[in-house]
Design a protein around this ligand. Structure first.
Ligand code: CP
Length: 338
């Protein structure tokens, strides 16, 4: 009699769910898949994708990934396709939420082979929202793998593609310098991408210069984890409040706006903070301070507000490689999870 237990399902909620070997294997598999045509490893498999927030790259790259692997994807977007979800257990559901995550996740698990989720409960309180309660409830109740497509705290699929892109240019990233630069944007943006990249870059042994104006600090626990990774790998994490200083001598300038945690859920206060920050823009002069630096941005980007056209369209820009590499790294991820 076969007494083997079925393998436990694996989720990707943050880059911390992947050990170093898994990261290395995924990046290797992605490099292999990049140069192969359509495959049928996921024939007959279906990926369910839930989007509460807009997306171009994540949505299209996951759908195309499934098609190229012989499977299919079903996309549910916005409040018109799905109910408002309740994530708390044993609660009386007398609020706006029509469906408990327990029921949604268990039902979807009967239909699809993995679930991708870009959705979050917004309480207006960072201490609550930073727990990514909706995502974690999906992970708890779904019997199929759950992939984070960007949450309050993490964007692991973006970070995998970012690291893959930088390795394509420079090979081993240990000892290379990455400037993670805050840039101007009128809208409060997710911390997911900068958090995930800081964590993963530190694990690659990179020297990460987190460069932002006062008041735009990354989450403290993420910074502690990134420093712990850097201590293990020989990398480093520095915080700087001057864009020119951050860019000087760097190998990669990675631009992204992120919200102020001090003004969390208070867009008027955040706008006030940003009033004098228009110089937090990546220009060719800023890029030129680096060591023949490459430029990265996860997109979408506010042209000429966050980054000038000549940088985005210049020969050191990797922005479309990054976007393309979402496809290759996610194909590797999907094959490994399903
Ligand atoms: N970088 C990224 O996640 O892009 P989308 O928001 O378009 O998916």
């Amino acid at each position: 009699m076969d007494t083997m237990e079925p393998a436990a399902k694996r989720d990707l909620l943050s880059t911390e769910d992947l050990d170093n070997d898994s990261v290395g294997n995924l990046l290797e598999l992605a490099a292999h898949m990049q140069h192969r045509g359509p495959q049928d490893q996921l024939k007959g498999k279906t990926l369910g994708l839930l989007f509460q927030d807009p997306s171009l790259r994540t949505r299209v790259s996951f759908e195309v990934a499934m098609i190229q692997l012989g499977g299919s994807a079903i996309v549910l977007s916005s409040a018109t396709d799905v109910y408002a979800f309740e994530a708390e257990s044993q609660t009386v559901m007398d609020g706006v939420a029509e469906e408990h995550v327990k029921d949604a996740a268990r039902t979807l698990s009967r239909y699809v082979d993995a679930i991708g989720l870009r959705a979050a409960i917004r309480t207006g309180n960072w201490e609550e929202d930073r727990t990514d309660a909706l995502l974690r409830a999906y992970s708890q109740y779904a019997s199929v793998p759950v992939v984070n497509l960007q949450s309050h705290m993490h964007h692991p699929c973006q970070a995998l593609a970012d690291i893959f892109t930088m390795r394509q240019e420079c090979g081993d990233l240990a000892g290379k310098t990455l400037t993670l630069a805050w840039t101007q944007n009128p809208e409060p943006q997710s911390l997911g991408a900068p958090h995930s990249l800081a964590l993963l870059a530190a694990r690659m042994g990179m020297n990460v210069k987190v460069t932002h104006p006062q008041g735009f600090e990354l989450d403290g626990e993420i910074m502690d984890s990134a420093r712990a990774h850097a201590d293990e790998t020989g990398g480093s994490i520095q915080v700087m409040h001057d864009l020119e200083e951050g860019a000087r001598g760097t190998d990669f300038v990675y631009a992204r706006s992120w919200r102020s945690l001090g003004a969390y859920a208070d867009p008027d206060r955040e706008l006030l903070l940003k009033r004098s920050l228009d110089h937090w823009k990546i220009t060719s002069d800023i890029l030129a301070l680096g060591n023949n630096a490459w430029f990265l941005h996860p997109l979408p980007v506010r042209r000429n507000l966050s980054v000038t056209d000549d940088v985005l369209d210049g020969e050191r820009s990797l922005i479309y490689d990054q976007a393309e590499n979402r496809l290759h790294t996610q194909k590797a991820l999907l094959v490994s999870l399903m």
